[in-house]
Design a protein around this ligand. Structure first.
Ligand code: SF4
Length: 346
């Protein structure tokens, strides 16, 4: 897709979707750039009308990451989006009318080497399948395979598939079943997951379970929140599974042994290290000397709190003991100094 190779052993890419009116070029470009800065690698845009289609060339020339046009029902919008230069289409070929229309869209997509994502969704599943199987993994998968078969009939194989559901178990079961049946790249997501609390948990469980199984090629964390938060969340999921390098901050939950203001310190460390996001570093912020030094030693850098003071560690060794008020500055200064010199970690 565009410059990205998706599937197989390629990296798992982070995707999000703009919340702007696609017809509003300035707003949409602004949001895509915010997403790019946050680490988004593919952005999807709703293309519901001609106005949105007309905006696409102007949007495409101002952004870097591949853009996917999300089309429902209207094959003319699909054709216009392809001609405008989008890098991917999200469309279900069974929903765009007769064979002739599908043939037209598919032949243009093939000529331009633009992949198509088939996206089946538990909430909008074709009645034919829910009548036959109930709202189940079989129903979602059979529906997706029906769309896939249409593309295959026209000799099109640059296909990616999603079988999203808002119910986490259903979503996980559906992808597991689908992955046994096809070898196409899969796009993972828990749909209508909720706000940036419930949605994060549901997405973490659903996407995370599948990634641990080795299933999934692109991911989207759907949140009723800014899409930038979706990107941060997706990145965190990938990092926590060791699928992506980057800064990881581990911090203890605090307990009766904690004698420093650790919650405040952990938040400040996170903020102070924002510019280190791309560094493959583990930084531990621990409350005490019981578990603290061990965890801090295993990290690249760390602090372990004491009574009104704390130890600073680097690469397994105690660097110094400092007053509580100096812990943040000393830790950050140390990381900046060391990593500034050793930028090979980046
Ligand atoms: Fe408590 Fe120490 Fe564990 Fe933190 S590291 S939770 S302060 S025992």
């Amino acid at each position: 897709m565009g410059s990205l190779l998706i599937g197989g052993d390629n990296p798992i890419y982070i995707q999000s979707m703009c919340t702007t009116d696609t017809g509003n070029v300035a707003a949409t470009v602004g949001q895509i750039r915010e997403l790019e800065d946050a680490g988004c690698e593919v952005a999807r845009l709703a293309v519901p009308d001609e106005e949105a289609c007309n905006a696409l060339p102007k949007i495409l020339e101002q952004v870097k990451i591949p853009i996917v046009a999300d089309i429902h029902f209207d094959y003319r919008l699909a054709l216009a989006s392809l001609r405008a230069g989008v890098h991917g289409l999200r469309i279900n070929p069974g929903n765009i009318g007769g064979e002739q229309r599908v043939r037209e869209v598919v032949s243009v997509a093939r000529d331009l080497q633009v992949p198509i994502r088939i996206g089946v969704n538990g909430g909008s599943l074709d009645k034919k399948w829910s009548d036959k199987y109930g709202l189940s993994a079989e129903a979602l998968v059979e529906s997706a395979l029906e769309h896939v078969a249409i593309l295959e009939k026209f000799g099109f194989y640059q296909t990616k598939i999603s079988v999203k559901a808002s119910d986490v178990s259903l979503m996980v079961d559906s992808y597991r079943l689908l992955s046994q049946k096809v070898d196409y790249p899969l796009h993972l997501g828990v749909t209508e997951a909720g706000d940036d609390f419930a949605g994060l948990i549901k997405s973490g469980i659903g996407i995370g379970s599948l990634l641990l199984d080795g299933i999934g090629d692109t991911i989207r964390v759907s949140l009723t929140a800014s899409p930038v938060k979706e990107v941060y969340a997706a990145k965190e999921i990938l990092k926590s599974l060791g699928l992506r390098q980057g800064l990881q901050i581990v911090s203890c939950p605090t307990c009766g042994r904690t004698k420093i203001n650790l919650i405040d310190l952990a938040a400040k460390v996170k903020k102070a290290l924002t510019s280190f996001q791309e560094f493959d570093l583990k930084v531990a912020v621990m409350g005490c000397v019981v578990n603290g030094p061990q965890e801090a030693r295993e990290a690249d850098y760390g602090v372990a709190g004491g009574v009104g003071e704390g130890l600073i560690f680097a690469k397994g060794k105690i660097v110094k003991k400092v007053h509580e008020s100096k812990l943040l500055d000393e830790l950050v200064e140390l990381i900046e100094r060391k990593e500034g010199i050793d930028s090979g970690n980046k």
